[in-house]
Design a protein around this ligand. Structure first.
Ligand SMILES: Nc1ncnc2c1ncn2[C@@H]1O[C@H](COP(=O)(O)OP(=O)(O)OP(=O)(O)O)[C@@H](O)[C@H]1O
Ligand SMILES: [Mg+2]
Length: 218
């Protein structure tokens, strides 16, 4: 799915490296957990894996394309194959829950009856039917997180990146979300899930990538 070789990232010319010399390959169809203390670089790595930022050192290949040399249009096309649950959600606050969830489908240009049915099913699944027509900006943290999860998976992405996706929900919802991700993985989605939740790490049989001070330590 993607391959990193000597990847580093610096937020500014005078800033220290937030990620240092990362080399790893994530095969298509795999499920990895990503962990490490606060400030270790998990979200920075996800910004690179989702092509939101480009590495400042080394090279990153996604689906066979070197992201640094890809054109803007190529990068946009690659990004449409990725679903992301950001740690800070990144919803559009003035759009409703349903509109936020439908955005990836609109970007693909398809929003027919089948898509509306899929959105309705996901709304039910994450328990947000009653809030579907409310602006996302007025929701609680857990409600926004569930909206972000539905938006990340609605277009059946090839790659799902989830940054602490259970950080704002109760234990029962966390189990449900992990179950959803496990089902998507069975259907072929490649998944990388960052978490501090040791119960989740213990319950999920998946290889664990550990970051510390911007370096991969396991
Ligand atoms: N926008 C930014 N500008 C400058 N430095 C940043 C920026 N974002 C993150 N950093 C720095 O990069 C390092 C890695 O941060 P990052 O957010 O990737 O950590 P994290 O592992 O996701 O932490 P957490 O578990 O708290 O979410 C930290 O030292 C942080 O201060
Ligand atoms: Mg983070």
């Amino acid at each position: 799915m993607f391959s990193l070789s000597g990847v580093g990232y610096r937020y500014g010319p005078a800033m220290p490296l937030a990620l240092k010399n990362l080399s790893l390959t994530v095969p298509q169809g795999s499920f990895h957990l990503l962990t490490g203390p606060s400030g270790a670089g998990k979200t920075t790595l996800f910004n690179l894996l989702t092509l939101a930022m480009l590495p400042t050192e080394g090279s990153l290949t996604f689906l066979g394309t070197d992201v640094a040399t890809a054109s803007r249009a190529e990068r946009a096309a690659l990004r449409r194959q990725i679903g992301v649950v950001w740690q800070d959600f990144r919803l559009l606050p003035h759009l409703t829950v349903r509109e936020n969830i439908s955005l990836p489908l609109q970007l693909q240009g398809t929003l027919g009856q089948a898509e509306h049915d899929a959105i309705a099913q996901l709304l039910g699944w994450v328990g947000l039917e009653a809030l579907a027509d409310r602006p996302a900006g007025g929701l609680s943290g857990g409600e926004q997180q569930r909206t972000a999860i539905a938006r990340a998976v609605v277009h059946h992405p090839k790659l799902l990146i989830a940054d602490e996706p259970t950080g704002n929900v109760d234990a029962a919802m966390a189990r449900k979300i992990l179950h959803l991700f496990t089902e998507l993985h069975k259907q072929g989605t490649t998944i990388v899930l960052a978490t501090h939740d040791s119960a989740l790490i213990g319950s999920k049989q998946a290889p664990v990538l550990t970051l510390a001070h911007g370096e991969l330590v396991a």
